[in-house]
Every structure is written in structure tokens, then in C-alpha cells.
Design a binder for this molecule. Structure first.
Ligand code: GPQ
Length: 831
């Protein structure tokens, strides 16, 4: 690195330290300059994609200045930093978010207009950055947004997948996956940093070090290289700009010139191709672990580059190792980056020459771990032989961590062999498996769940042995939240201006609990009318989106009933579509007059199924088959429409969520760790139909249980009901039976095709208690309908709920982490 002070050019310093002028003329000039030079466009061949690129690159230049300024500032005050390590960041689009953050949306809109384009169209040219599956990845994106907006010294670390979450097409009712080639277009939101790259080893063997008495050397390894790409995270209403540093595998040095010269052209690139694979594609599994070798390599590439980078930055502070955990906090977003624990321990011992205990004390003061699920199929386990082959040194370290841990347990609970077997990081199966959640717990100072009920459940069930060993204080709750910037201000500007009016200014965007001011307007007739009109507007916008994406006409006068999330048995989209069939039958049996008196409904589904998840894909097919019948039934008309919107993603969510009257969060109690879209829906004035699960519980506490439609068995009852279903199941009630009969009649196509779905919604196959909750679910639907008929009562609930969501800003979540886990302070950058 050149030493700046030696040859500082004052003009250069001046240029980067000054904020660019914010007027429209300057902005227009910057766009035109980019178009004509960087993008080689003329006024004759510029299209709206080009207008997007010009404007996006222009605003990115503003962000990059602030990103560097923020980083320098935190260096200068030697701030303790937090690193949010996550294999997923579901960012979505950035352009609109950046304009709003910098307060330049009007100026950019006018410039775009002068060029001859409409801002809405230009915004729609951007492709989502879909480097995540669902809630976990979106949470990470909201968290880095909050870090930036609240002026915390914190960065995200992740992987730059060349192909993100697959694109979903629906063909003949079936999900078909297409690759997400998001980097085919220029990406204004990343900045390549070829000067920041690290070597990462795989395979080989270990040998006792000759020079380092505690250490080992890692020999005969294959070396890959990870290169940084920085993704700026705009802070709203602050100069601070955060960062997500994403690693990409660099391959050029692996080109084999000898093989090339001897004519073996494909052999010459074989190692390059293998390395390239590492950051090629995001695994499309949500709440599911497959144990694949390539995934293990991805995780390690990520972990190793990140830890090396964190250490390099720490070293520039000039502080002693004893200060490491006062300068660095690392949060593990689930177990996917848990190898970081072994990696830091390895570097401290093998490269820095520390003794085990000194290193381990640094490690365990640095890491904290967030668990996001209790589903057994999601728990990461790595086969020990595979670990030994790919990461021989780490396997040894994990064995030693386990040995010392088990010795500690043995001292506390002598002769309890069952406990030792249960709690061991190494599971004695064949082959042996390393349980990554256990490694994460042992290597962390705090472990948290993501909603109160979930944090309680993990202490009582999957981690109860660890509570015995460590005591309860290591296990805490941090309830999830969502970013009000994106999920209210950006996706619903119409509602945002009402909130701004109620609050008096836009300070609620960064201090969301101020939205409680809405409550004072709940009896204001004019305000109520406008509140309702905003919802209508958003419903009309969604109706247009549905028309464009599915070709289906829906009436915006209907009740919009929405369930959008990954397709899973535990989330029970199946129960929803079964209830739709029930409703359809009921409408069919009514006189036309009576049908007219019913509340018309549009039932919206969207979500992706993991490519290998057979039942989830079949649920999509059933939804589409039902939609086909219902939507084309002349008797039914507008009284019921069923829509499956393809390719659910962040930018689709921004259109869908503000339009809901009621949204469904109906997981079997105890299975959904938190859920975060539930929060977004209520913030946008939608009501909730849900089970007593995840964050629904705390939302109910905040808004009041009279505001919410809850049903179903409780988490603590689930085991008994499951046992009953398995061994003494009673037949499904007549309502559910009639639904099965309709499916079996062939109305929705080959009835045999859907047999597996019938099997898993009653009797011994009913793991998620669909048949148990079905009756109370139907009753809850009736209650929704009754209330919707009373417009006054509905609007009152809608306003009160939205007014009481202050707790669910991700700013509050981040404050909780900062105070209780990371011990870091916010500081507004001064540059
Ligand atoms: N979650 Cl383990 C995911 O989206 N993917 C995963 O692989 C795991 C969890 C979700 C979880 O299902 C939701 O209940 C949470 O709200 C979300 O993580 C964020 O905590």
C-alpha cells in the first residue's frame, strides 16, 4: 500500500472530500457524461435501460465517496466494528433506495424526465440482487441497512454468486427453474477490489510445525484466491454509507501453461473451472441442508477470506491481540459461517504462534451466533471424512474444541455418558458428523433466537443441554425487524406521506416508533378516508401487476388475501389452498343472489420451492390447477379469484405487500422461527391471519389481540397432537373430507397426481397438523369476512395496527444486538 502522506495531491484530496453539488443540472450532466463516455451512447440510440445505467452509475459515484469517508472515519476513531457474516444477502434493487437515502429522488426524476423517460420505468429496468433464499437473507439485507442508517461501524460479509436465486417460471402449472444471470448486465452496485484478495487452501495434509511449538503446517494444499467486491449500503438521512463485502473466486493463476503448451487445452483450464464453480451459484435451499461438498467449499472460501480480511484491518489499528475482541465483533448468521470459529483459532495458533487457551479466549469473546430454525432437516452437519479430506487442519481443531468442551461437561456432570453423547460436536453416526450448531454454540459468547417464542423453544428443546452446561445467560432473544426505509417509505410512498403528515416530518423513517402518532388520527374522518384510498391505490397497482404477470383480471374491490413466502410444508400453503377449494364449493352451492352477498376475494400466492422439494412443487401445481378451474368458472366471477404470481422476489414483494387486506402467516405453531413479512404487511396497513407462532406472538402483544385473527393449536400442544395423528388419528372433519372428495373427483386434473398432498394433510402423514387446525382456520376466515363487511371497524384496526409496529423496525433489532451482544456504539461520521 502506498503511503498517502508521501505524495498527497491536494486537488485529489479536495475533490474526494467535497460533497458533489446536489442540483438537477449537475445530476443531468453526470448522467449524460456517463452515457456518452462509459456507455458509448448517443441521443439516437439511448434506451430506458441506458437511462437507468447512467443514473445508477451517477448515484453510485456519490455513494462510493461516502463509503470511503465512513470507513476512514471509523478507522480514525478506532471504533470497534461488527461484521455480519452471512452466506446470503437478499438485497433486491438499490437504485430507488439510494435516491431516497441521499434525498435526491426529485432531482434524479427531473433529470430522467429531461432525458425523455419516466422514473417508474427506469426503476423497473434494475434487476434484483437475489443472493439469498428468503427470510434469512432478507434479514441480513435489512440489518446492514439499519447498521448504516443508525451510524454503526459495521459491515456485511458474503459471497458474490454469479447466479443468484433461480428465476421461477410457471409452465402448465408447474414450477420451472431458470438461471438468474444477473451479472449479464453491468452492475452499478458493486465495486471490484482486485487489490483486496486472499489465498484460501483446500485439501492436503497437516504436519507438526518445526518452528512453532503449538502450531501445525498445512501442506500439499490446493490454493484458491478470493477477491473482494464492495457493495455500498446507502444510509438514509446520514452521511454514513455501509458496505457488504462479497467474495468471488479468482481463477486466472490456476491456468496451467505446461499443459497448454503440450496441447492439453481443456486440462490447462481444469483447475480454473473447478475454482470458478465455488462462487458460481447460490444453493436454493431454504430451511434445508443437503450436505454437499461444493457447499462446504463455498462456506470455507467465504469464512477464510473474511477472517483474513478482518485480521488485516485489525492489524492496521496497531493494537495488541489482547484487544482483538474489543475491536471486533462477529455475528454468525446461522451456522453457515460457523467454520469461522475454527478458522480464527487456526490462524491464531498456526500463523500467529499463540497457545490454545489464549487463542480460544479471543475466539469465544469475538463470535456470537444466531439460530433461525428448529427444523431438524435444516441443521447443518458435515460428514467427518469429507471435512478431513477438504479441511484437514480444521477437523483437527474441531476435534480439540470438542475434547476440551466434553472434558468441561464431564467435570460438571460426571459419569453422564448420555449427556456427553448428546452434546458432543461430533455425532457418533456412520460416518461421523460434525454438528455445526454445536460448534457455533461452543465457540460463541452469545446465542440468540429471532423471536421470543423461538428463543424460548431453542432453550427448552434443541439446545437445552447447553443451557445446563453454560447457564441461561448465554442464550438471549433478539426479535427480528425489517427496514422501514424499504418496507414502508420506498414501497409505499403514498402511505409514507400520510405517516409524515401524522408525525409532522419524515423522522419516523429512522425512528420508526414515532409512527405511533398515527393513533391520534384514528377518528379523523378525512384521514381515515385517505388511509383507505391509499390501500385502494396499492390494490389497483397490484391488480395491474397481476394482469401483466399472469394475465388474470382481478377486481380491486375484493378482499385481497395474500400468502407470499417460500413454499414449505411447515408454512402450510397447502392448508390455504385446501380452504380455497372449500370456499369454492360453498360458493358453487349458493344461489346467485346469495353469492352476491358474500365478500368477494382475491387469494394471492407467490413463492419458490427448492428445486429438489417434490411436495412443495406439487403444492404449486395444485394451486395453479385450482386457480384454473376457479378463475374460469362463470358462476363464480369476481366472488373468488386465485392467483399464483410467478418469480416471487424482493421487488415483487414491494408491489404485493402494500396491497394486502389480510395476509396469512399460518405455520404450525413452533415451526416458524420468526417470519418477517408479517411485520411488513402490518406496517402497510394489512391485518394478519395467523397462528400463535414466531413474531406473530409479539405483533399480537403490540397491537392487541383484538386486532388480529389467530387460530390453531399452540406450540406446546404440537407434540401430543403429532403423536395422536401418527397413532390414533381420527378421520378428517366433513369440511376437509369434502375438499379431498373434490380433488379426487378429478375437477383439478388427474386426481392421483395430488394423492401425496392428501396423504400429508390428514392421518399419520399429517406432520404439520393441517387436519387438526383446519376447522379453526375456517372459523378464522369467517371472522375476517365479517369484519371486512364493516368498513369502519376494518379501517380502525388497520390504522391502530400500523401505529403500533414501532418495535419491529430492524433499527431496534440492531440496537439490541449492539447493546446486548456486540458492545458497539453508533457514531455519525464526521467527514
Ligand atoms: N430462515 Cl434456517 C430462512 O429464511 N432460511 C433458513 O435456511 C433458515 C431460516 C428464516 C426463518 O424461517 C424465518 O422464520 C425467520 O424470520 C428468518 O429466517 C429470519 O430470521
Amino acid at each position: 500500500q502506498p503511503k498517502h502522506s508521501d505524495h498527497l495531491n491536494s486537488e485529489f484530496v479536495d475533490y474526494v472530500s467535497k460533497e458533489l453539488p446536489r442540483d438537477e443540472k449537475t445530476i443531468l450532466t453526470s448522467i449524460i457524461t456517463l452515457l456518452s463516455s462509459t456507455f458509448f451512447k448517443t441521443p439516437h440510440n439511448t434506451t430506458s435501460v441506458d437511462a437507468y445505467n447512467g443514473a445508477a452509475f451517477s448515484i453510485r459515484n456519490r455513494l462510493l465517496r461516502r463509503l470511503d469517508g465512513t470507513d476512514q472515519f471509523f478507522n480514525s476513531i478506532k471504533a470497534k466494528r461488527v461484521y455480519y457474516m452471512s452466506l446470503e444477502f437478499l438485497i433486491g434493487r438499490t437504485f430507488d433506495n439510494a435516491m431516497l437515502a441521499l434525498g435526491l429522488k426529485n432531482e434524479y426524476s427531473n433529470a430522467i424526465k429531461t432525458l425523455g423517460y419516466k422514473m417508474e420505468d427506469v426503476i423497473d429496468e434494475e434487476r434484483d440482487a437475489a443472493l439469498g433464499n428468503g427470510g434469512l437473507g432478507r434479514l441480513a439485507a435489512c440489518f446492514v441497512d439499519s447498521l448504516a442508517c443508525s451510524n454503526y461501524p459495521g459491515w456485511g460479509y458474503g459471497l458474490r454468486y454469479k447466479y443468484g436465486m433461480f428465476q421461477q417460471q410457471i409452465i402448465n402449472g408447474y414450477q420451472v427453474e431458470a438461471p438468474d444471470c444477473w451479472l449479464d448486465n453491468p452492475n452499478p452496485w458493486e465495486f471490484p477490489r482486485p487489490e483486496i484478495s486472499y489465498k484460501v487452501k483446500f485439501y492436503g495434509n497437516v504436519a507438526k510445525s518445526a518452528s512453532n511449538p503449538h502450531g501445525y503446517t498445512w501442506e500439499n494444499a490446493v490454493e484458491y484466491e478470493a477477491m473482494a467486491f464492495d457493495v455500498p449500503v446507502p444510509g438514509y438521512g446520514t452521511k454514513n454509507v455501509g458496505n457488504i463485502r462479497l467474495w468471488s473466486c479468482k481463477t486466472n493463476h490456476l491456468f496451467d501453461l505446461n499443459r497448454f503448451n503440450s496441447g492439453d487445452y481443456s486440462g490447462a483450464t481444469a483447475n480454473m473451472v473447478a475454482a470458478d464453480m465455488l462462487t458460481n451459484v447460490l444453493y436454493p435451499n431454504d430451511n434445508h441442508n443437503n450436505g454437499k461438498e461444493l457447499r462446504l467449499k463455498q462456506e470455507y472460501l467465504f469464512v477464510s477470506a473474511t477472517i483474513q480480511d478482518v485480521i488485516a484491518r485489525f492489524k492496521t489499528s496497531g493494537k495488541a491481540w489482547s484487544e482483538f475482541s474489543h475491536m471486533v465483533a462477529i455475528q454468525l448468521n446461522d451456522t453457515h459461517p460457523a467454520l469461522g470459529i475454527a478458522e480464527l483459532q487456526r490462524i491464531l495458533i498456526d500463523d500467529e504462534g499463540m497457545e490454545w487457551d489464549q487463542a480460544w479466549s479471543i475466539v469465544t469473546k469475538t463470535f456470537a451466533f444466531t439460530n433461525h430454525t428448529i427444523l431438524p432437516e435444516a441443521m447443518e452437519k458435515w460428514s467427518v471424512p469429507m471435512l478431513g479430506k477438504i479441511l484437514p487442519r480444521h477437523l483437527g481443531i474441531i476435534y480439540d474444541i470438542n475434547l476440551f468442551f466434553l472434558q468441561h461437561v464431564e467435570k460438571l456432570y460426571p459419569n453422564d455418558r448420555d449427556l456427553l453423547a448428546r452434546i458432543s460436536i461430533i455425532e457418533e453416526s456412520s460416518p461421523q458428523q460434525a454438528r455445526m450448531a454445536y460448534l457455533a454454540i461452543v465457540g460463541s459468547h452469545h446465542v440468540n433466537g429471532v423471536a421470543q417464542i423461538h428463543s424460548d423453544i431453542i432453550k427448552d428443546t434443541i439446545f437445552s443441554d447447553f443451557v445446563k452446561v453454560y447457564g441461561p445467560d448465554k442464550f438471549v432473544n433478539v426479535t427480528n425487524g425489517v427496514a422501514p426505509r424499504r418496507w414502508v417509505n420506498q414501497c409505499n410512498p403514498e402511505l409514507a406521506s400520510l405517516i409524515t403528515e401524522a408525525v409532522g416530518d419524515d423522522s419516523w423513517v429512522n425512528h420508526y416508533s414515532k409512527s405511533s402518532k398515527l393513533e391520534e388520527f384514528v377518528d379523523d374522518e378525512d384521514f381515515r378516508r385517505r388511509w383507505w384510498e391509499v390501500k385502494q391505490t396499492k390494490k389497483e397497482q397490484l391488480a395491474r401487476y397481476i394482469k401483466n404477470t399472469c394475465g388474470i383480471e382481478v377486481s380491486s374491490n375484493a378482499l385481497f388475501d395474500i400468502q407470499v413466502k417460500r413454499i414449505h410444508e411447515y408454512k402450510r400453503q397447502l392448508m390455504n389452498i385446501l380452504s380455497v377449494i372449500y370456499r369454492y364449493n360453498k360458493l358453487k352451492n349458493m344461489s346467485p343472489q346469495m353469492r352476491k352477498e358474500q365478500v368477494p376475494r382475491v387469494v394471492v400466492f407467490a413463492g419458490k420451492a427448492a428445486s429438489g422439494y417434490y411436495i412443495a412443487k406439487l403444492i404449486i401445481k395444485l394451486i395453479n390447477s385450482v386457480a384454473d378451474v376457479v378463475n374460469n368458472d362463470k358462476d363464480i366471477g369476481d366472488s373468488l379469484k386465485v392467483v399464483f404470481i410467478p418469480d416471487y422476489c424482493v421487488s415483487a414483494a414491494e408491489v404485493i405487500i402494500p396491497a394486502s387486506d389480510i395476509s396469512q402467516h399460518i405455520s404450525t405453531a413452533g415451526t416458524e422461527a420468526s417470519g418477517t413479512s408479517n411485520m411488513k404487511f402490518v406496517m402497510n396497513g394489512g391485518l394478519i391471519l395467523g397462528t400463535v407462532d414466531g413474531a406473530n406472538v409479539e405483533i399480537t402483544e403490540e397491537v392487541g389481540d383484538e386486532q388480529i385473527f389467530m387460530f390453531g393449536v399452540l406450540a406446546h400442544e404440537v407434540d401430543d397432537f403429532r403423536y395422536n395423528q401418527r397413532y390414533h388419528a381420527t378421520p378428517p372433519d366433513s369440511a376437509l373430507q369434502s375438499v379431498f372428495d373434490t380433488i379426487r373427483s378429478g375437477l383439478f386434473g388427474n386426481p392421483n397426481e395430488f394423492n401425496p398432498l392428501i396423504e400429508c394433510s390428514h392421518g399419520a402423514g399429517d406432520n404439520y397438523l393441517v387436519s387438526v387446525d383446519f376447522p379453526s382456520y375456517l372459523m378464522a376466515h369467517d371472522a375476517v369476512e365479517e369484519l371486512y363487511k364493516d368498513n369502519d371497524a376494518w379501517v380502525t384496526k388497520s390504522i391502530l395496527c400500523a401505529a403500533r409496529m414501532g418495535k419491529f423496525s430492524s433499527d431496534r433489532s440492531i440496537d439490541d444486538y449492539a447493546e446486548n451482544i456486540w458492545n458497539i456504539e453508533p457514531t455519525a461520521a464526521d467527514f
